[in-house]
Ligand binder design. Structure first.
Ligand code: FAD
Ligand code: FES
Length: 244
């Protein structure tokens, strides 16, 4: 997989998360697609050996941004990178947007809010009205919701917004012709159940990834009759395709 060294344009904290932007002269950035990123690669370092997958948070004026939560070694090093990082070209299949479907509901859980910013921008540019519902553990992680004006927020501990899950902050999803969601699998399964089978229902999964290009089978998700790789057949799937 080819990696490009890109200069960091800006970095700031968005609540508990880091927003890091870089100039991307190429094309291919769309809501729901992702990039494999690392602070540096060989011959500077082999630590960590594998790059990590991140959704595009936004793309405007040739500047791409990633929103991430520091979880382990890979994200800690990205958080500390000051001048450059290494990224692949945009990967995977993003969200389908169909202007004929009507009003959309966007649901994000935790760092699963990441692809909803650019998705909201793309929906707005196509004239599609949408409502945003965000769920977090607590007020600290919920602070990123300030970047989503008008969003309804839920926290598990009740320290911000409605107490409960993202579904507790959302009205009946059956009334939405289009539903888009990103977050942990348990949340996506709950959204799938609540959204019903009519209309456009799409879920972006966050399976751990090794290669990001379809060659390691490390990112499979169950579908009827077997498994598919979420890095190439996803990470966005029609809800009815996923066997959970
Ligand atoms: C398509 C896709 C898009 C993603 N987009 C984003 C994003 O926009 N922002 C963001 O912060 N993260 C995103 N992730 C998750 C991100 O890739 C992981 O948080 C990252 O790889 C962790 O690397 P690390 O080296 O810091 O942690 P590691 O040292 O690899 O792991 C630290 C801890 O985090 C857990 N962990 C690692 N990866 C995942 C995962 N995918 N799901 C659940 N737990 C995990 C591990 O089990 C371990 O407990 C995305 C994942 C996928 C597949
Ligand atoms: S991450 Fe290797 S096949 Fe998907």
């Amino acid at each position: 997989m080819k990696f490009y060294t890109v200069e960091i344009e800006a970095r700031r904290r968005l609540g508990a998360y880091t927003l890091l932007s870089y100039r991307w002269p190429g094309d291919g950035i769309e809501a729901g697609r992702f990039v494999m990123a690392r602070a540096a690669g060989y011959p500077v370092t082999l630590d960590p050996f594998l790059a990590r997958p991140f959704s595009f948070y936004d793309f405007e004026g040739g500047v791409a941004s990633l929103l991430f939560e520091v979880r382990g070694r890979g994200t800690a090093l990205l958080d500390r990178a000051r001048e450059t990082i290494e990224v692949t070209a945009p990967l995977g299949k993003g969200f389908e947007i169909d202007a004929s479907t009507g009003r959309a509901a966007l649901l994000g859980g935790g760092i699963g809010v990441a692809p909803l910013k650019i998705l909201g921008r793309e929906l707005a540019s196509r004239g599609i009205d949408h409502d945003v519902f965000l769920g977090f553990l607590d007020a600290k992680t919920a602070a990123v919701a300030d970047d989503f004006p008008g969003a309804s927020v839920a926290t598990m501990d009740g320290s911000a917004g409605t107490r409960g899950t993202v579904l507790d902050a959302a009205p009946d999803l059956l009334g939405y012709p289009a539903v888009y969601a990103c977050g942990p699998n348990a949340m996506l399964a709950a959204v799938k159940g609540a959204a019903g089978q009519d209309g456009l229902r799409q879920l972006s999964v966050e399976e751990r990834m090794g290669c990001g290009n379809g060659s390691c089978n490390g990112c499979v998700v169950p579908v009827d009759g077997g498994y598919v790789r979420s890095c190439v057949e996803g990470p966005v799937f029609r809800a009815e395709v996923l066997a959970w």
